[in-house]
Design a protein around this ligand. Structure first.
Ligand code: FAD
Length: 402
């Protein structure tokens, strides 16, 4: 195993680090101030500071760094992208500033790998230019969606059209005024083999029959200005050419989409945990109780040491998963990818919880700490439930003995 980053990656790491420290972190407050602050998601607006920072990052060449394809992106492999994604995890703004935020990253990877020339020109180009955003609609309220074969929405072929019916929710990004298309997954041929029934279809958000019913709250917050939409599709018709890679290939694409792209969350979670630990330590040395800094009271040193050890273990496992993906592909990296999807959000949750605790009452009121706590908790479901990933690790482990 070789975790050494290439010289190119080291240059990107230094530049991204500097840009985040000098431009992104100091503007988080400005971003917050510029939000519309309304639960009426139809009135959401994008804070101008975000587009300013995007323009600066793009000008400096710090753009689309997530894409391993060098024709469309930076051409970095997973091992080289891991430390960059980690840095962007330190700020809620950073992933988008570098045009590296979910779900666009996954959707862009799908279009690069499976999209037609027309789909690339119409949807991929503006996505990679940061002019539009997108969403991914797979999860349904009516069925247990951690098992994607349960899906009920339909994408039926009728002549040269695809007709979409069904209800989705947790369509992240659906409330963003720049969100111009969904990639919708649904059943095309219920009689086909289980993994050849589904299709992925590009649906422009303004197509008749698309109804964004509401934004689903996360711990009471709507995640302005992106949101997580509940979307009803009623006899939505799009040209058959909007099907990605052709009818029945939805699962094959999902495997590609949910492979490399999804350890980006883990990489960012490590950066988020680092930020929480920094907050924890600053508080521990800076605040006095019972005549001593908090760091010297009770078991606080043990807590800090445990956080440091957990983060470093998680980082090593992330790098191992990234290395395995680069070296052996998705199938050869199944154990490592599933393992880190459990480990990274749980480590983030543990570290943030400790950071909140040492801040006392301020901890549960603090915007940054509570946001990170929600992020850690949500990731244990949104990136596939922990149990599903543990199931994969156990299955592969047991397979050695039967
Ligand atoms: C903030 C957020 C953003 C999201 N963004 C998107 C998005 O952009 N697009 C999209 O399509 N979806 C998105 N999702 C949905 C997410 O992918 C699903 O919530 C997830 O796959 C679980 O599906 P479910 O909610 O139907 O839970 P269910 O499938 O009903 O599972 C519920 C629980 O059952 C248990 N369980 C399930 N399987 C097993 C098992 N094999 N072993 C043991 N226990 C098990 C687990 O405890 C699990 O949490 C998002 C979710 C959240 C919270």
């Amino acid at each position: 195993m070789d975790f050494e980053h290439s010289e190119r990656a080291r240059e990107y790491i230094a530049q991204v680090d500097r840009f985040i420290r000098e431009r992104v972190l100091p503007n988080e407050q400005t971003y917050g101030d510029q939000l519309a602050h309304t639960d009426d998601w139809r009135r959401w607006r994008i804070p101008p500071i975000l587009e300013e920072l995007k323009a600066e990052a793009r000008e400096r060449g710090l753009w689309n760094l997530f894409l391993p394809d060098s024709e469309y992106g930076a051409g970095l492999d997973n091992r080289d992208y891991a430390p960059i994604a980690e840095l962007t995890g330190r700020s809620f703004l950073a992933p988008e500033v570098f045009n590296c935020s979910a779900p666009d990253t996954g959707n862009a990877e799908v279009l690069v790998r499976y999209g037609s020339a027309e789909q690339k020109q119409r949807w991929l180009a503006p996505l990679l230019a940061g002019e539009i955003r997108s969403a991914f609609a797979m999860t349904e309220p009516a069925v247990a969606s951690s098992d994607a074969t349960n899906m009920r929405a339909t994408c039926e072929v009728e002549g040269d059209q695809i007709v979409i019916n069904g209800q989705k929710w947790w369509t992240s990004g659906a409330g963003d005024p720049r969100c111009k298309f969904f990639i919708v997954m649904g059943v095309t041929d219920p009689t086909a083999e289980r993994h050849q029934r589904h299709s992925m279809v590009i649906v422009p958000t303004d197509t008749p029959g698309v109804d964004i019913v509401r934004m689903v709250p996360v711990f009471g917050h709507l995640d302005e200005p992106h949101g997580h939409g509940e979307v009803v599709f009623t006899d939505v018709r799009v040209p058959k050419s909007n099907v990605i890679a052709g009818p029945g290939r939805g699962f094959e694409i999902a495997q590609g989409r949910l492979g490399p792209g999804r350890i980006h969350h883990c990489m960012r979670a490590i950066g988020a945990a680092e930020r929480a630990l920094e907050r924890l330590c600053r508080r521990a040395v800076g605040r006095i109780a019972f005549g001593k800094p908090l760091a010297n009271l009770g078991g606080n040193r043990d807590i800090i040491a445990n956080c440091r050890m957990a983060i470093d273990q998680a980082r090593l496992l992330t790098l191992k998963a990234a290395w395995a993906l680069d070296r052996h592909g998705v199938i050869g990296a199944l154990t490592d990818v599933s393992a880190i999807k459990v480990v990274a959000p749980n480590v983030l949750q543990m570290v943030v919880d400790a950071a909140i605790q040492i801040h006392g009452g301020e901890g549960v009121a603090d915007f940054e700490l509570t946001r990170l706590a929600a992020m850690g908790r949500v990731l244990r479901i949104a990136d596939g439930p922990d149990e599903v990933h543990r199931g994969m690790v156990a299955r592969l482990e047991l397979a050695k003995y039967v």
